[in-house]
Write a protein that binds this ligand. Structure first.
Ligand code: ZN
Length: 432
């Protein structure tokens, strides 16, 4: 039973254009897809799909607009919606001055619920349909986030921050309570609807060895759960970690000792990496999350994608709101492009759009569920308008029909204004 037909210029990736060139994507200029029970049932030329559709099927006609898989954000903090754009600090000061103050409010379930609603509204408004999300240390913040994501049928990964030192008392658990609460949250939420869990030791600065050891135990006990944390973002942070763990040769050694590396482990930032850290990330199949707006805003440094690509490290793209300054994955890709330019590297728009869709889905091992417009995938979509602003329309005038130019305009000049619609589980979700 077809519930809905979405018609438009359908663009989906099958591989990384960096490796497969133009064979990596498929564009159907007058395309359509049929949605049944929240899944993509069929995709093809509009006349074929429309010809087969039942007479009463709802048809959303996005003629001329690009229809892509929903965008995926591999690292974001939902409790930081009121921290984004906080002036004048680098990482450790920024945490103490702004973030740790704001995060204490999430002990209140009503506050958590209200922010979770805002956060998901905002993600959908930006065309982001899946994200890997940090909650606060309070289990209530995780319950509120998952409850709201479940209500909206969204595919989300999230976890309770584990922090048992170097934070205000209101933001600390203990190694044991963090372990117990994480186990309870995993039992309550993991695999429910489209939800999955990330074991979340915030970073080595705010965890004791006992807590990291129990984080490793959690990862061993729940092999299919994710692990998310931060790595090599800022020089003062790295010095702090080395002082706290004098036995560690590198920052990553700390996580490695406790069994926290692996193909479901996402490390935010990965800017100032030693050679041995690059090698360990590659050999363990771990994921480096590139957070360009955050890295620029907090003055942390420039991500070296080429070095990681060459070494075979899996890379994801992420906003890192609220260290990051935009919820938009398009704006994030634009800043990513500029960061790579500063390092003498390039990033064609086809590679960036691959990264925001199938690339991030692969990084999160979700490629069988989301990240592509293929029969059987979940119907999470974004509809993009490359003529959304006068300046974009003007820029496009001399390049109509050139997909790579169009994607580059969307990437460099686009933001929420370019998002015409977002579908989550086959339902229009942009609202307002
Ligand atoms: Zn972060």
């Amino acid at each position: 039973m077809t519930e809905r037909i979405v018609r438009g210029r359908i663009l989906t990736f099958r591989d990384d254009p960096r490796l497969a060139g133009a064979r990596a994507w498929r564009l159907i200029d007058d395309g359509a897809l049929a949605i049944e029970d929240g899944l993509i049932a069929a995709v093809g030329e509009a006349r074929e799909i429309l010809g087969r559709a039942p007479k009463d099927a709802a048809i959303d006609d996005h003629a001329g607009k690009l229809v892509l898989p929903g965008l995926i954000d591999a690292h974001i903090h939902y409790p930081q919606t009121r921290v984004i754009g906080s002036y004048g600090a680098q990482l450790l000061d920024w945490l103490n001055k702004y973030t740790f103050v704001e995060e204490q409010k999430f002990a209140d379930p009503a506050h958590s619920a209200a922010v979770a609603r805002f956060f998901l509204d905002e993600l959908f408004r930006q065309g982001t349909t899946t994200a890997c999300v940090y909650c606060t240390v309070h289990p209530a913040s995780v319950d509120a986030f998952f409850a709201e994501a479940e209500r909206r049928g969204a595919r989300m990964i999230a976890g309770k921050a584990l922090m048992d030192r170097n934070a205000p008392p209101g933001l600390m658990d203990t190694a044991q309570s963090g372990y117990d609460e994480t186990n309870a949250l995993i039992a309550r939420w993991r695999g429910r609807g489209r939800l999955d869990y990330a074991i979340t030791p915030r970073f080595a600065v705010t965890s004791t060895e006992a807590q990291l050891e129990l984080s490793g135990a959690l990862a061993a006990e729940h092999r299919d759960a994710y692990v998310q944390t931060h790595l090599d973002e800022n020089f003062a942070e790295i010095t702090f970690v080395k002082r706290q763990f004098p036995w560690a040769k590198t920052y990553l050694d700390v996580y490695a000792r406790y069994g926290l590396l692996g193909p479901r482990s996402i490390f935010g930032h990965c800017i100032h990496l030693a050679e041995s850290e690059v090698a360990a990330l590659a050999s363990s199949g771990s994921i480096a999350a590139f957070c360009p707006t955050s890295n620029l805003f907090l003055g942390s440094g420039l991500f070296d994608k080429q070095r990681l690509d060459k070494a075979g490290v899996r890379v994801a793209l992420a906003t890192d709101v609220g260290g990051g300054t935009s919820y938009s994955m398009l704006a994030t890709a634009a800043e990513g492009y500029k960061v790579l330019q500063m390092g003498g590297q390039s990033w064609p728009a086809t590679q960036a759009f691959y990264q925001m869709t199938l690339g991030n889905a692969r990084a999160l091992s979700l490629q069988d569920r989301v990240g592509a417009i293929e029969p059987g995938r979940e119907a999470d979509l974004v509809v993009l308008d490359s003529h959304a602003t006068p300046a974009m329309a003007h820029r496009m005038e001399s390049h109509e029909g050139d997909l790579e130019e169009e994607l580059f305009v969307l990437m460099i000049m686009g933001d929420d204004r370019a998002v015409r619609e977002t579908y989550v589980s086959g339902r229009a979700a942009k609202g307002g």
